[in-house]
Design a protein around this ligand. Structure first.
Ligand SMILES: Nc1nc2c(c(CN[C@H]3C=C[C@H](O)[C@@H]3O)cn2[C@@H]2O[C@H](COP(=O)(O)O)[C@@H](O)[C@H]2O)c(=O)[nH]1
Length: 306
């Protein structure tokens, strides 16, 4: 995650489509008075949880598919979380590694009880197969073994995931440099931490090294707060729902500036209030507000990463 922080800072210092408004950021920080409103993990009551290894398998599959819902205007993250939860409730082996490798698009739709093709359905199926295959070959079929191999370090977990599962390699190129964003790998660590309340599979000694998860909701929330400012051309593209191409300068700037703005916020809160604030807490606060404000225009990029 040091690379995520460093490369996001690098993008923010060269960005021309997105900027961070430091006075708006200062206002947001003043308003917090040093503490981020606490939002409970699973505030929606939609996730599977049994306090054991099957929950880890569930969260890993969930985050393998946790991207790009917006092309279907009726679909959102909750459908995925609920659909996989119900599938496990009906059949505790639905997410076993051998089963994951065999799902077809229409079986995945059935599993999620979704009546039409999912956005990027072929990619979703391919990623399910990859997760099943690599889990079976290298982790005895269990995501819990992957987590046990990280020695209670979120940083090691993210790097193990990126090394073993190509579908989680959320990188981009920007002005010739490789930029690391790792949204789904980091959110998996955060989901473990949230679900297991920092204990057992959710115990990480370095949870503060996690950065915010650069998706399409959090940048929209930061824009609404005035913290992120967009060029006229980018504002117009987002407001008129034009697609922003994956890997374009605009897209990388949107994601990297989101991460950097939150890192600046954490640094300033430490100086001003002497408190170490977690990106996970800032994320859930901004994200839960963003998804409850459906009128917020968000950027639209076809991507398997977020
Ligand atoms: N930054 C950030 N992005 C997040 C999440 C989550 C869900 N996290 C769960 C964990 C604990 C809570 O209880 C949440 O339920 C999904 N997303 C992203 O949002 C987008 C989906 O939006 P919409 O189409 O409206 O559902 C899509 O890019 C998706 O990848 C998060 O926490 N943080």
């Amino acid at each position: 995650m040091d690379e995520v922080r460093a490369t996001s800072r690098w993008v923010a210092s060269r960005a021309s489509h997105v900027s961070i408004d430091s006075s708006a950021l200062a206002k947001v920080i003043d308003k917090t008075q040093g503490s981020i409103p606490k939002v409970e993990w699973d505030f929606e009551g939609i996730h599977y949880f049994d306090n054991g290894p099957l929950t880890v398998q569930y969260l890993f599959v969930l985050d393998a598919l946790n991207f790009c819902f917006w092309p279907d205007k009726d679909l959102n993250y909750d459908h995925l979380a609920l659909g996989l939860r119900d599938a496990l409730w009906n059949d505790g082996s639905a997410l076993d590694a051998d089963r994951l490798q065999k799902y077809t698009g229409s079986q995945l739709r059935d599993l999620l009880k979704w009546p039409r093709p999912l956005p990027l359905e072929e990619e979703r199926v391919r990623l399910l197969h990859e997760v099943g295959n690599v889990l079976e070959k290298r982790f005895e079929g269990k995501a819990a073994n992957l987590v046990e191999a990280c020695g209670k370090s979120a940083m090691t977990l993210v790097s193990l995931i990126a090394q073993n599962f190509p579908g989680f390699r959320d990188h981009s190129l920007y002005k010739g440099r490789q930029i690391f964003l790792y949204k789904r790998a980091q959110i998996f660590a955060a989901d473990l931490w949230g679900a297991f309340k920092g204990q057992g599979y959710g115990h990480f000694h370095d949870v503060s090294s996690i950065t915010i998860f650069a998706d399409y909701i959090v940048p929209a929330a930061l824009r609404q707060l005035g913290v992120l400012m967009y060029s006229a051309k980018l504002s117009d593209a987002i407001d008129t729902q034009k697609e922003i191409l994956s890997g374009s300068e605009e897209e990388v700037e949107l994601r990297a500036c989101t991460i950097h703005a939150v890192e600046l916020m954490r640094e300033q809160m430490k100086l001003q209030f002497g408190k170490q604030v977690l990106s996970i807490d800032i994320d859930l606060w901004l994200w839960s507000w963003g998804v409850r404000t459906p009128s917020l225009p968000h950027h639209r990029t076809l991507s398997i990463y977020y």
